[in-house]
Design a protein around this ligand. Sequence first.
Ligand SMILES: [Mg+2]
Length: 327
Amino acid sequence: VNRWRVLSEAELIQRYFMSAPRRADVVLGIGDDGAIVRLEAGHDIVVSVDTLIEGVHFPHATPPGAIGHKALAVNLSDLAAMGAEPAWATLALTLPDVDENWLAAFSAGLFGLADRYRVELIGGDLTRGPLSITIQIMGFVPRGESLRRDGARAGDLIFVTGTIGDAGLGLAAVRKTRVLNAASLEWCLARLNTPSPRVDAGLRLRTVASAAIDVSDGLARDLDRILSASGVGAALDLRSIPLSAAARDVYAGQVEWPAVVSVGDDYELLFTVPPVRAGELTILFAGAHCEITRIGVVEPTVGLRYTLGGVAWPLSVSTGYDHFASP
Ligand SMILES: [Mg+2]
């Protein structure tokens, strides 16, 4: 049954994407030609947008609840990397057909995460076409306090939150290029499909990090973006890169470093801290339930070099990832 003729766009939005008002700073939410939000004095707005396309950003078999979760999570991760507190989001959803079971599950995944971070959906647009989800997220920071990519300086220490490479292992399992045992598979698929954005870590880092980015396209590529923006280089110690128990189990002592540094979708934060401030991290992250690990140091000479336990390690990893250039 073609429900597009049965339910109008407005009715679908009303049914699946309206939630009770949850923020006092939303003057007018969904329902008019535009939304109105009110920014507290002395703050900057941080805006980010991301599109997820089926088969490109998530595998075809991904459950709709996970798609809803991930679509918001990748945007929250960008705000986390800016040190911003998330507040408002808009959604542009393109669907091949109206499947109300799909919409209900997608919406539950999306709002489950939105509730956790008190994000209010303030606008929506539904179109018919190949499945694609675009979310624009807006948040705020005290004026001038956002984290950026261009502040790393030679001598700064490089840290990462959580563990690296799990989502890539999950994707390899989905693509059947790697076989994982049940426990590792469960962990890595959860990391791939329902990532937990590091919003809280981003807020804690605001006062101490010199530069930050979220690891969405691979540790090497995202670190390279900080280095390029800051006009510096770095030494990255492979053995310091934090791996989950699941990943260690998969690699069984033979860690494939090119894979670890190049796979994407981890949505951890990668950040630099001046050495004199690094001691503050312990206090800043007390009770944060977020591991942080030092993985390298910023150097004055441009370029990214790898070491393994202090010894130079030749590793050739492309950092020029481009959606339009990849096969
Ligand atoms: Mg990002």
